[in-house]
Write a protein that binds this ligand. Sequence first.
Ligand SMILES: C[S@@+](CC[C@H](N)C(=O)[O-])C[C@H]1O[C@@H](n2cnc3c(N)ncnc32)[C@H](O)[C@@H]1O
Length: 351
Amino acid sequence: MNAPVRATVAFQELIGSVRQHWANQLYPALHERYREIDRGGTPAMTEQAIAQVAETPLYQWFAFIERHYQRMKYSDPRWGLAASFESQPNWVSERLAAAESSPYLELNADLDIPDYYREIDIHQHPGNLIGADYDGLMYRASATSIHPNTRRFEAHERFADTVLAHRRFRSVLNMGCGFGKCTLPIAARLPEARVIGIDLSAPCLRLAAATLADTTLTNTRFAQRDALRSGYADGSFDLVTSTQLLHELPVEDIQRVLRESFRLLEPGGEVMHLDFRPRGRWMEFLLDGHAVRNNEGFMPAFNRVDMHEALREAGFVDIAIEPFAETEGATRPDWPYWRFPWTLFRAVKPL
Ligand SMILES: C[S@@+](CC[C@H](N)C(=O)[O-])C[C@H]1O[C@@H](n2cnc3c(N)ncnc32)[C@H](O)[C@@H]1O
């Protein structure tokens, strides 16, 4: 490893430790402060308590770290991920080489990319996920420090376990698959099934295909398609799924994705979308702040969508909206650390 790379690794480790400190020390202190002030009275008292907490130096510091350490992780001019990948084009192309000839990858340079996707540097990722060849690699590197109290990609592994425990699906569509973090664990657990991951981001799909090439799986395909209009035939799948896609869509597109999920399912097929759902005003307040600080502009509107009604309107029955533990014990009411309020939205297309 040469010196600039070592310095980058050290810097990124520092960012990871600050994220740990933020989640495991700052957040509990902030929550404690809120609980001291909010005596659990009326909604108006809760609003007052939140407004008071928002003025404290502790909250300002919490918010500063959330925004600026994520920004530095990506965009620090010397040691940020963008600078690091930018300076190693050969390493990037070698890492993605397997994707270039992959029979399991379908790219579409003419795909109409929606405006919302071009205009927002989501998660503060410079240029979103369609700017540079290394965007998939950069997203993967960044994703490793976002959920500090979990093992690497544990939420997605556990989601794949949930899918497997539910039913032995035969034909699975994973919408907004990114670099395959969830597609590949599902494909590994259902080797007899046909599994397709779709996304708008060619760099992410390239990384997904290169990662697939390192496995023995032959049941998986990745395709550059829009989840709002995927182009697959009616009834092509018995499971349509996504992880962390819904909160990234403009609110009117959430309903479109649910309708598209419904169309793509065979009768009796199931939808399982994993995302976030705050329970209670305190968490809603924190996620509203997170949305601003991390450029997740559609998240507040998503948090207020009546998902039960949205799924019903799309035609689904047997609707269940359940807290999801991204690691053992995380949904316990006394879990002390910061966590996203992971939630599984599932439903069935009637026979
Ligand atoms: C937060 S990332 C989640 C990625 C992956 N599912 C995971 O959990 O790691 C959201 C993903 O949705 C993709 N995406 C956003 N809008 C999309 C759309 N209309 N069609 C397909 N993918 C979309 C993004 O490119 C990104 O990869």
